[in-house]
Design a protein around this ligand. Structure first.
Ligand SMILES: [Zn+2]
Length: 241
């Protein structure tokens, strides 16, 4: 793409505001849109005929655990608790850093193949996810997962903060944030502690909130508040979520 001239010829263009214009050509020079017009074809471009097709800005996948692509299809039609505890966790706990790298590569290739050009990831082995995103060329927003209930919670938080500090300015396609797993797995002051660490890093968080009716009911039973209220009171909405 870089140092090349590409013409997307005669496509139906949907712009970033959702407006549709038919039968336009897009001239791309060195990876950037240089012109959108109905003029006669210019010379020197590699032509991709888009007649009858739609051309849109890239889609954004707002939440995924991309390395789990490797576990796709191993458990269907069971409850979320059984899915995780009985099926996913035994496999997931055995994943090595290279597995995470290749799981991310396969997921990113699938995303690119389906028009997704940026994604937000929430997982472990963040260095492997980072390396895969850097290698394959997609845009990534990477959040190392932190479990407040884990025995090594303090270490998880420390590692996530160090990761953001070390990698944050190394690649213009990649953004980093902290990934508290969920209000129910980061109880007490843990969620606020992670939010405060994100504020200090001047970054945001990526978190699961109110995924099921049971989670909301359990949160109200234990704390008197919904997961959204718990997140709000932790300062989670003062920063990018
Ligand atoms: Zn998730």
């Amino acid at each position: 793409m870089i140092n090349s001239k590409i013409l997307l010829k005669n496509g139906n263009i949907i712009d970033e505001n959702g407006n549709l214009e038919k039968n336009l050509s897009i001239y791309i020079d060195n990876g950037k849109i240089a012109e959108i017009s109905r003029e006669e074809e210019q010379e020197g471009y590699e032509v991709i005929d888009c007649t009858g097709l739609y051309v849109t800005p890239g889609f954004v996948n707002l939440h995924t655990h991309s390395p789990m692509n490797l576990l796709k299809g191993i458990a269907e039609d069971i409850s979320i608790d059984n899915w995780f505890n009985e099926k996913i966790f035994p496999y997931e706990s055995k994943l090595k850093t290279e597995d995470v790298y290749w799981g991310t590569i396969i997921a990113a290739a699938e995303m690119i193949n389906n028009g997704v050009t940026a994604f937000a990831d929430h997982y472990f082995c963040q260095e492997s996810v980072y390396r895969a995103v850097a290698d394959i060329g997609i845009r990534g927003d990477i959040a190392p997962t932190i479990f407040g209930l884990a025995d090594d919670y303090e270490q998880q938080l420390k590692n996530a903060v160090s990761f953001v500090e070390e990698y944050r300015d190394k690649n213009s396609r990649i953004r980093l944030r902290l990934g508290p797993h969920a209000p129910y797995t980061c109880p007490g002051d843990k969620l606020k502690e992670i939010v405060d660490a994100a504020k200090k890093l001047k970054t945001g968080i990526h978190i699961h909130v109110s995924e099921t009716k049971e989670q909301v009911e359990e949160s109200i039973r234990l704390t008197g508040k919904t997961p959204i209220e718990v997140l709000y009171e932790s300062g989670g909405f003062d920063i990018d979520v």
